[in-house]
Design a protein. Structure first.
Length: 137
């Protein structure tokens, strides 16, 4: 019985590619998308497409490219969709946080206005009491 090699969680040193190598791998991956659906994507092509999806996910918003990725690798297409959904969630969270800060600031300002009005009323009452006290003296 053969034992499958387990995935290692040990960090590996990153592989640095030259500009020419990056361009070549990008072109190769894009060409692979345009091969017949029966031709599977290589591991290198999938890795390049994942890198592209991470760096410029808007490329996969193009209907033709999205359709080709989905036809060639449904799992990769699902990953890209999950990434896009995650970006939308993050963007919505940022907007929600900004709106919450605005609401809190407005609430704080309203409370400060009420507080200042109350203090002003108290100051007026104290002044009246002081005046009354002076009149009694």
């Amino acid at each position: 019985m053969t034992v499958l090699k387990r995935i290692s969680l040990e960090p590996r040193k990153p592989v640095m590619l030259s500009e020419a190598q990056i361009i070549e791998s990008y072109q190769q991956a894009m060409e692979a998308l345009y091969q017949p659906v029966t031709t599977p994507l290589s591991a290198e092509d999938i890795n390049t497409l994942i890198n592209i999806a991470t760096l410029t996910p808007q490329l996969f918003e193009h209907a033709e490219i999205a359709g080709r990725v989905s036809a060639k690798s449904p799992a990769l297409a699902r990953l890209i969709i999950q990434h896009q959904v995650w970006e939308q969630i993050e963007a919505q969270q940022v907007l929600d946080m900004q709106q919450m800060k605005i609401n809190q600031q407005q609430e704080f300002e309203t409370l400060m206005t009420k507080f200042n009005e109350t203090i002003k009323d108290y100051d007026e009452q104290i002044a009246k009491y002081e005046q009354t006290l002076k009149e009694f003296q």
